[in-house]
Design a protein around this ligand. Structure first.
Ligand code: TNX
Length: 549
């Protein structure tokens, strides 16, 4: 009797709890170029899925993976079918579209994504998944949610072809699995280039078979300075490196998510870890130690010695075997010239090359240009192009190099005026190691600066540039240096949600950005990040500090 009485009440409660209205506001990040919402909704639970095999194995695998997660999360099987006519969700070839463009039409019969290549399929999928309950990202059964999406027509393509994010695994080392999580969240927001900074004064992180001491000695430091007190050390050895096999696996993993990896060997400065392993490559001959403090070291590679170039060619040669990318980044930043000024071999090289001080640079500056040019032609011989930090622009730079502008936008403004391709990564807007809150006392210790998500969002790469210069801007990148970032949670916290703001700079048309609309989409994005177990900052909503897990 009692049970009978209770049952209808329970049913009513369950019905109410189980039928949240499907969201008609989409809150997709980066906001698609064109979204036209129609009438009504279509449920995707249990819909069969078809993908054109012409997209290739990786695109097909991504769609199959989506179908498997959708099935698990919705509790109703979404089968892969071989007949287009049987499918409620389909990925069709549309050769009129650019390789990174896609269309998405959701109507009464289901969803059709159009694309001409793998990346278009991935971006259509990324958008579709953001329209669904967040459980679709993990494939965890989520009861009591609607699997309906609003009827909509989306037409979408990126503003920039280069949409980058950098990671520093040298100051603190990140295990391969964390690097993959970093790549996952890049893919979620349609980035396509991962800049992997593989050596620095504080650690060498890539296995080089012909130079085994680089990782045997150069991958471990005896401690790390505490905060910015350079005289101190915590005395805790810190190290790690990636084997070539691991790196190949990361390259394949990233490729399956539509992401190219550009490796960086930072030279001829930032080389102390290599010098600790091979002291004969320095001007003084050492001894050197893998650095336990941050900053810029006076000890750099000796350019007077031929063996330095033999070393660099061995390293870059092996790097090219691991990374198939068009570009190899050769660093070039922060290379003090003190040692070269004193070094008889470097001075002999300067004389042999006939380098002189000019209005545009010192002879030691031209010596760095010589290093850049020599490695540029070595790499071009292997079919690669170079990228360097904007210091490579000082003095002379050979055509064909791409400049990464980090010391503000000036380097990019000048390089593009001189006809070089440019990637904009100004520290003033895109250094994610800076504080994102003005309540510093509530934040984990950071290197300095103040870069809230609003400021990142406000960056406009074409400001200050004429049409010719604009045509040389390949794209935009944010950098994440890790001197003061030692845990995966902290790394993610510094990245998120500023990565989302970056993605809109990279993807949305210049007039398609609107911070208020972006901010309104964040609660939905946070729900997705929660489902995927990422740590993020909520400073933008007045909630300060890193959540403890
Ligand atoms: C400058 S950006 C550096 C890095 C530091 C970073 C800290 C660049 C090319 N060099 O070595 O980690 O500042 O924000």
């Amino acid at each position: 009797m009692r049970q009978n009485h209770l049952l209808p009440c329970l049913l009513v409660l369950l019905t109410v709890a189980c039928a949240p209205a499907p969201q008609s506001e989409l809150h997709i990040v980066p906001q698609p170029v064109s979204v036209t919402t129609g009438e009504g909704f279509v449920s995707l639970a249990g819909q069969s899925v078809w993908v054109d095999q012409a997209f290739g194995g990786e695109a097909v695998a991504a769609v199959e993976d989506f179908a498997a997660r959708l099935s698990k999360a919705s509790g109703r099987k979404s089968r892969m079918v071989s007949e287009l006519s049987q499918a409620g969700i389909c990925f069709v070839l549309d050769e009129t579209l650019a390789p990174e463009a896609y269309t998405l039409v959701a109507g009464a019969d289901g969803v059709e994504v159009g694309a001409s290549a793998m990346r278009g399929v991935l971006y259509g999928l990324a958008t579709l998944q953001q329209m669904l309950p967040e459980a679709v990202f993990t494939g965890t059964r989520q009861r009591c949610v609607s699997w309906s999406v609003p009827c909509v027509q989306i037409s979408d393509f990126p503003r920039f072809g280069y949409r980058g994010l950098h990671l520093d695994p040298c100051r603190h080392f990140w295990e391969a699995r964390e690097v993959k999580r970093y790549i996952d969240v890049m893919a979620l927001y349609k980035l396509n280039t991962f800049h992997f900074h593989l050596n620095d004064d504080q650690g060498w992180r890539v296995e080089i078979k012909s130079r085994p001491l680089l990782t045997e000695i150069g991958s471990v430091r005896s401690g790390s300075c505490i905060k910015a007190e350079y005289g101190n050390s915590d005395g805790i050895p810190h190290g790690g490196f990636y084997t070539q096999e691991q790196l190949r696996e990361i390259v394949d993993y990233a490729a399956s998510k539509g992401i190219d990896i550009i490796p960086e060997i930072d030279l001829p400065g930032h080389m102390l870890a290599a010098l600790a392993a091979y002291p004969e490559l320095g001007c003084t001959g050492g001894p050197y130690e893998v650095w336990t403090r941050w900053g810029v070291s006076d000890d750099v590679l000796c350019i007077g010695k031929e063996e330095t170039f033999a070393f660099l060619e061995d390293v870059l040669g092996e790097l090219c075997e691991i990374f198939p990318s068009k570009y190899i980044h050769i660093g070039g930043d922060e290379c003090p010239k003190d040692r070269w000024k004193e070094c008889p071999l470097c001075q002999a090289r300067i004389r042999q090359l006939g380098l002189k001080d000019t209005r545009h640079g010192t002879k030691e500056q031209y010596l760095q240009n010589y290093v850049t040019a020599r490695l540029q032609s070595f790499l071009e011989g292997k079919g690669r192009s170079i990228i360097g930090w904007d210091e490579i622009l000082e003095g002379e730079l050979a055509p064909g190099a791409t400049v990464m502008s980090w010391r503000g936008t000036e380097g990019g403004v000048e390089a593009s005026a001189r006809g070089f391709d440019v990637i904009m990564a100004p520290y003033t807007y895109l250094y994610l190691d800076y504080y994102q809150s003005d309540k510093r006392e509530l934040e984990p210790y950071a290197i300095g600066g103040y870069l809230p998500v609003e400021k990142v969002y406000s960056y406009e790469p074409f400001d200050e540039l004429d049409e010719f210069q604009q045509s040389h801007i390949l794209g935009v990148q944010a950098n994440l240096w890790t001197e003061y970032i030692a845990t995966p949670e902290h790394l993610e916290y510094m990245l998120l949600p500023r990565l989302l703001a970056l993605s809109e700079i990279q993807w949305c048309p210049r007039d398609g950005r609107d911070f208020e609309r972006f901010k309104e989409s964040l609660p939905r994005q946070f729900a997705i990040l929660d489902a995927m177990d990422y740590t993020y900052s909520q400073d933008v909503f007045g909630i300060y500090g890193m959540p403890s897990k």
